[in-house]
Design a binder for this molecule. Structure first.
Ligand code: ADP
Ligand code: MG
Length: 734
């Protein structure tokens, strides 16, 4: 089936409806349309005649809120402090809470079978609990629990009040890390919950012996989280609406939503969990595909576009001015792009996928000069100021042979024979000096600036570009289908080109970028060397430092990526500041070490980057949150601490920052105590140089997990679906 037809059919409303639209009363119809639009991420139309009739002016209609939409703080178990923490976890409403799935489940273990180092759960009766004095001022609670296989002594530091909570003879669920204290097994400050007879928890335990372990954040404990989610489940699940028609459920052997929601949290057994996960993952993929195909259809239906047709000879001038030959892959992709640009049938919507260093910028630049010499304006947008600036530098150096002399810091001018006029290219950033900024903005809105390079924010929000015919997004995987669609609506349906270095498997590309045509740069420019990659333990750190020192002595530079401790910027910044201090005082007091983290003002970031680029700094210490998307050919070492905390895609991105020149380059991955899985993933980095191959390997190695690294990836929030769910994906697509 061709794609157009498939998307049209999926969008055919009757496929989505439990009953037919025609048979619905008007009120239900409008409700359905609003719901369907919100699934697609669209706003409902502003005016609603139907509602207007029933509303007196100035009187707000009190619409009864569905329990799913009420604030999480309305639950009895949610205290104010917890509600802040829940927000951080993305759970503002009760509905969000039932979709806040456990990170994993712990099976209940007998006391005699506990194994040190693991995070485990027991169900045990309390023998006794008493206050304990630990040191001069530290008070705690000491308790002994037992099951039919043995006893365990547990100490909670700093929590003397627990003495009053625990009652001898009662049963409790305890989860925590097992360690050895004075030769005996113990649990380190475990989470605790009483197993009272007749309660929801007790009934759940009767069935399964799998306990949910939830993601946590500051201000909320595991036991509080469990209580909150249980309350949310019992109040909200009965009101959860089944969106899928029963026909789809039956055909794909999917269980009912209500059952799936309970079982995802408190499964009867592992199989039941998998069945629940499968159902919920199907929903996620289904909605994701629906959105992608919806936008695809919208752009397919676009009436026309601007035909960008440069004067003959212009592109040849550009290509022959480059300091290198295009690779065959670049030639092919450039041809695909220019074909799209010439066509006046519909605007281009194309993704260029190519590994780090495959030379995407040249293609982008060729498209930009095509637009300029066809008499139109165009823009290229990067996600951060540093990256935008990097683009400007790259573009400036690629265009060296064509540049006109005597130009400003934010503006260059080139000549492209036989195009009669000079072409102006400007760099527009948030921190561009006010005068230059006003000048650039004026030139843009008058149509005299041909090409603008900047960040998404600056270009999209503050500027009018009347003759915009082409928008290029260097997405660094942060630009979702929604944003792409918004961009398409800018001005007169500009052509759009998205560039991505995220090496994702093809099945997934079709899903995430189903609204775009795909071009692949599957070849690196000649002469690129393989970056020597090594995974080492912390005990080798000092010899790694010696190695770095030798590289620097021979004039090279190094990146130190300092670790991803938390999703929080400020925590990561703090860790990096500390590490920067240690390196500059203890390890390399004689070297120049720069620091880069997300909490720094942009001007400071820029200053550090400039100093690293110019070679003044020997080492750049950076958090992972800051894109080190820079091209410093003199940098030969990429050292990544806590490497096991990153996804392979991210590690590969970091690695791509070295080896940009002709010198042998190295990537050193340090991991403190990686799990077996993590070790295997890291070793794949040693063996495999190709990003796409790495992606496939990762797909096979991982069950649940986060190939893309953290949230910043901007990919849709798939809680239950996994990259390996390719079967489910094709079912959803069907
Ligand atoms: P990416 O695809 O990661 O954005 P870039 O466009 O930044 O890659 O290119 C990486 C480097 O390779 C740049 O320094 C660029 O000038 C250079 N380059 C691009 N194409 C070629 C080529 N065909 N031959 C040699 N070098 C090239
Ligand atoms: Mg790039």
């Amino acid at each position: 089936m061709n794609r157009k037809k498939a998307s049209a059919e999926i969008l055919h409303t009757s496929n989505l409806l439990p009953t037919s639209y025609d048979s619905m009363p008007p009120a239900e119809r409008s409700e359905w349309v609003v719901a369907a639009l919100s699934v697609l991420g669209e706003r409902p139309p502003a005016s609603n005649t139907h509602r207007r009739k029933s509303t007196k002016p100035g009187v707000k209609t009190e619409k009864k809120l569905n329990i799913l939409d009420t604030e999480a703080s309305s639950l009895a178990t949610v205290r104010p402090k917890a509600s802040t923490a829940l927000r951080k976890l993305g759970a503002r409403t009760v509905g969000h809470l039932i979709y806040l799935f456990p990170r994993r489940h712990n099976e209940v273990v007998k006391i005699s079978a506990l194994s040190p180092g693991e995070d485990q759960t027991i169900v045990a009766s309390l023998w006794e609990a008493r206050p304990t004095q630990l040191g001069r001022s530290l008070k705690g609670t000491e308790a002994v629990f037992g099951d039919e296989t043995g006893n365990i002594r547990i100490v909670w530091f700093n929590q003397p009040y627990l003495v009053r909570y625990f009652k001898p003879g009662r049963r409790y669920v305890l989860s925590g890390r097992i360690s050895i204290f004075r030769g005996h097994r113990t649990m380190d400050s475990p989470s605790y919950e009483e197993l009272t007879e007749g309660t929801a928890l007790e009934k759940l335990v009767e069935h399964g012996h799998l306990f949910p372990i939830y993601p946590l954040t500051e201000g909320i404990t595991q036991q509080t989280m469990r209580k909150i989610v249980r309350e949310a489940l019992s109040k909200a699940v009965p009101h959860a609406k089944e969106l899928m028609p029963s026909e789809i459920l039956q055909r794909n052997r999917l269980i009912a939503l209500k059952k799936a929601l309970w079982q995802a949290h408190y499964p009867d057994n592992i199989d039941a969990y998998e069945t629940a996960r499968r159902r919920l993952a199907f929903d996620e993929l289904f909605v994701l595909l629906l959105r992608v195909l919806y936008f695809r259809t919208k752009s397919d239906l676009a009436e026309s576009s601007i035909s960008l047709f440069p004067p003959e000879g212009v592109l040849e001038t550009f290509i022959s001015s480059l300091p290198f030959e295009l690779t065959n892959a670049q030639k092919r992709v450039l041809e695909e792009v220019t074909q799209d640009l010439i066509s006046s049938k519909k605007p281009m919507s194309r993704l260029i996928q190519g590994d780090v260093g495959s030379g995407k910028t040249v293609i982008a630049l060729a498209a930009l000069v095509t637009a300029a010499t066809s008499g139109f304006q165009s823009a290229i947008m990067a996600p951060t100021e540093i990256l935008a600036e990097q683009h400007f530098l790259t573009v400036t150096s690629l265009l060296q042979g064509l540049a006109e002399p005597g130009i400003k810091q934010h503006l260059i001018s080139i000549r492209l024979h036989p195009y009669p006029k000079p072409i102006l290219i400007g760099l527009l950033l948030g921190n561009t000096p006010a005068k230059a900024k006003r000048e650039l903005q004026a030139m843009l809105s008058e149509g005299t600036l041909d090409i603008v390079i900047g960040t998404h924010a600056v270009i999209q929000e503050n500027v009018s570009i009347p003759n915009l015919s082409l928008a290029i997004v260097d997405e660094q995987h942060r630009f979702g289908v929604k944003q792409r669609a918004a961009l398409r609506e800018h001005g007169k349906q500009p052509h759009m080109l998205v560039m991505s270095a995220t090496p994702i498997p093809r099945t997934l590309t079709l899903t995430l970028y189903g609204d775009l045509d795909l071009s692949t740069l599957d070849e690196l420019p000649p002469g690129r060397q393989v970056i020597r990659t090594k995974v080492v333990g912390p005990e080798r750190r000092s010899s790694v430092y010696d190695f770095v020192r030798r590289e620097i002595a021979s004039g090279k530079q190094a990146f130190f990526i300092y670790p991803l401790i938390d999703e929080s910027d400020s925590i990561n910044a703090r860790a990096t500041i500390k590490e920067h201090y240690r390196l500059s005082t203890d390890i390399f007091p004689d070297l120049q070490i720069g620091l880069l983290h997300g909490r720094m003002p942009t001007s400071e970031k820029k200053d550090v980057m400039d100093r690293f680029r110019s070679g003044e700094l020997n080492i750049l210490v950076s958090t992972a949150v800051v894109e080190v998307g820079i091209d410093v050919s003199n940098a030969t070492v990429m050292l990544i601490e806590s490497a096991d905390r990153f996804g392979l895609a991210q590690l590969h991105q970091f690695r791509g920052r070295v080896g940009r020149g002709s010198q042998t380059s190295y990537c050193i991955l340090i991991a403190e105590s990686p799990s077996e899985d993590a070790k295997e993933r890291l070793l794949a980095m040693e063996k495999i140089a190709d990003g796409f191959e790495l992606a496939e390997v990762d797909l096979q190695l991982r069950g649940p997990g986060d190939y893309f690294g953290t949230r910043q990836s901007g990919l849709p929030n798939l809680r239950m679906a996994r990259l390996a769910d390719t079967n489910l994906l094709s079912l959803a697509r069907e």
